[in-house]
Design a protein around this ligand. Structure first.
Ligand code: ADP
Length: 602
């Protein structure tokens, strides 16, 4: 613990610095002492061997008993030559090799490079720092005056110096430890202080402030830390506010909202959802997404939503205790890599369903009531028409009969829509060939098309397998679509009918180059009474119910009907039907619609 602390690191650093300084200092002092002594020796000896001494030595060589004379001279000069216990002088005979010394030591000396030089007649004055002695050899006739210093003084001084340096080093290390400890505390104390404050902030205490006023890096860090705290605090406050707002909205909204996490458990549920689905607080924890919605026969799986249908909002219908709910499922994610859960929004549509139902019942009742009076009006109008000769009267009666016919058609279509809504339209399913049916319808309608000066053609693109459906209803749909094309295509236009088989579905395509439908009207085109150009529709005897009926019939057979159109260019209607008896067995309309809800707007 201590080893990894900043204090330990600072102390170690201080100690290492002291050791390094002392080592450099020690080595440099040692070298300086050594070179000072070498220089001093060379200078002292060469000064001593001045002309005066050398002349005297040369004279002594020429006299009798030169060794004694040389000895005497050197003795006289011993002060200048620095002769002491560490430095001696010797007189060596070149011929005999005998030795006369100042310290009485007459044992043979090692032949140093300086002695060899002197033997050759040259002054040997070289000194080397790595030798353990310093010497000087001066040739005088057959003799060599030899001065040798044992360097003991240098060694003594160096040793004393090393002892001093070691003591200083020890004191330095102690100082370094103490200073390092004190200095490091000035760094670590604010850090420890900040660590404690950071821990407090992590626990949510954002009012915590660090009070360090120094202007150094630590002071700057403390300032930045305080600033960061205030930024985090304001962000957290904002998040809290948003959370409160969102929760208030969710708690008070009329729709139910439930959020499930990716483990299928409830993360959030608002009171409205609890009431709608009758969920108690205890049940809330037990609910598992897949199992929960399976009990309402809603075919939805959380894993699929999270990993396959990322971006789709899935809409499902729920019926609970006689109430109808529209339910929307959407996955949500925090980052872009994976989904975090699914949000379910539940809308209670019971009231609008009931209103829609009573509206439909009303329309059905009115239509039913109108049937008999209309028949009566028509019968009387026709009788009057047959017996009248008055031109104006005949004109009025004709208008009456035409309008009664239109009203009768509307009533008939409203009644069949009502039967479709209530599942009461009888469906008689048989096997038949789609191509034969379409061919018959096209042949029948050719005259009508020719009357409007239109070209009507039929092409089979691919033979479809046998269709199992109510042939009359499918014929009704095709007839209606072709008659729309006839109604809304100008003279000289063209209507092409195709049949084919693609991806296990039979299709019928009716394409015209008529007036077309503006893009904005397309989404509402299958609504009841929705007409793009009311005047034109009325003039052509339209009711605005044909496409709504076609939509319901195709839906009842498990197929789809789509309409594509470009305004002023033409329209294309595609009806797709599943093929084969076993692929979509529709036994009766009641059975098919028993569990499904009625669409609201169609
Ligand atoms: P309608 O009895 O008025 O024809 P439909 O329900 O059959 O009623 O059609 C609804 C409306 O769609 C029509 O009023 C017309 O404006 C438009 N429509 C349908 N088919 C075509 C088509 N082939 N070309 C242009 N408009 C069309």
């Amino acid at each position: 613990m201590f080893k990894s602390s900043v204090q330990w690191k600072v102390v170690t650093m201080f100690v290492l610095i002291v050791i390094a300084i002392m080592m450099v200092f020690g080595i440099s002092i040692k070298q300086q002492i050594s070179s000072f002594y070498l220089n001093n020796f060379s200078e002292e000896i060469s000064t001593a061997f001045s002309n005066d001494l050398t002349n005297q030595l040369n004279d002594a060589v020429l006299s009798g008993n030169p060794v004694k004379k040389i000895n005497n001279i050197l003795n006289t000069y011993s002060g200048r030559l620095g002769i002491n216990s560490n430095r001696s002088y010797y007189v060596l005979s070149k011929k005999t090799g005998s030795v006369y010394s100042s310290d009485g030591n007459t044992t043979a000396l090692d032949k140093t490079s300086n002695i060899i030089s002197a033997m050759a007649g040259k002054v040997g004055s070289e000194v080397h720092s790595d030798d353990n002695f310093m010497d000087y050899a001066y040739p005088v006739g057959d003799y060599i005056v030899y001065i040798k210093d044992s360097k003991k003084e240098i060694l003594n001084i160096t040793q004393t110096m090393l002892v001093n340096v070691s003591q200083a080093l020890l004191i330095g290390i102690i100082f370094a430890i103490v200073l390092g400890f004190i200095m490091s505390r000035t760094i670590t104390r604010p850090i420890l202080f900040m660590t404690k404050k950071a821990e407090a902030i992590a626990r949510g205490r954002f009012d915590t402030k660090i009070d360090i006023r120094s202007r150094d890096e630590i002071g700057k860090l403390a300032k930045t830390f305080n600033y960061m705290t205030s930024v985090i605090k304001s962000s957290m406050d904002e998040i809290d506010q948003e959370k409160v707002k969102l929760e208030t909205v969710l708690r008070n909204m009329n729709d139910g909202v439930i959020a499930f996490d990716d483990k299928q458990h409830i993360m959030f549920i608002n009171p409205e959802a609890k009431t709608m689905l009758n969920i108690t607080d205890e049940e809330e924890k037990e609910i598992v997404f897949d199992e929960y919605f399976k009990q309402f026969e809603v075919d939805i799986c959380l894993a699929e939503m999270l990993y396959l249908d990322h971006f789709e909002t899935i809409s499902k219908d729920l019926t609970i205790n006689g109430r109808f709910y529209k339910t929307y499922f959407a996955s949500f994610k925090v980052d872009n890599t994976k989904s975090d859960g699914v949000v379910v929004v539940i809308q209670d549509v019971t009231e609008s369903q009931r209103l829609e139902q009573s509206r439909r019942e009303f329309v059905a009742n009115v239509s039913h009531e109108l049937r008999t009076p209309l028949t009566t009006i028509k019968t009387y109008a026709e009788t009057l028409y047959d017996s009248s000769n008055d031109g104006d009267e005949l004109k009025f009666l004709k208008v009456i009969i035409r309008e009664v016919d239109r009203m009768t058609r509307i009533v008939k279509e409203l009644l069949s829509l009502s039967s479709l809504d209530n599942g009461k339209l009888p469906i008689m399913k048989t096997n038949f060939e789609l191509e034969d049916l379409v061919n018959d319808v096209v042949t029948k309608m050719k005259f009508q098309a020719e009357d409007s000066k239109l070209e009507l053609s039929y092409t089979s693109m691919a033979k479809s397998p046998t269709i199992y459906a109510d042939i009359d209803r499918i014929e009704q749909v095709i007839t209606n679509i072709i008659s729309n094309s006839i109604k809304y295509t100008a003279e000289g236009g063209k209507i092409d009918v195709f049949t084919g088989y693609l991806y296990n579905e039979a299709y019928i395509k009716i394409k015209d180059n008529g007036v077309g439908i503006p893009e904005k009207d397309l989404p509402r085109i299958f609504e009841r009474f929705y007409r793009v150009d009311k005047a034109r529709s009325r003039e052509k005897g339209g009711t605005g119910l044909g496409l709504a009926i076609a939509y319901e019939i195709v839906k009842l057979h498990g197929g789809t009907i789509t309409i594509n159109s470009v305004f002023h260019e033409g329209t294309e209607v595609i009806i797709k039907l599943p093929v084969g008896e076993n692929l979509n067995p529709i036994v009766s309309q009641e059975e098919n619609t028993e569990n499904s809800q009625k669409p609201i707007d169609k």
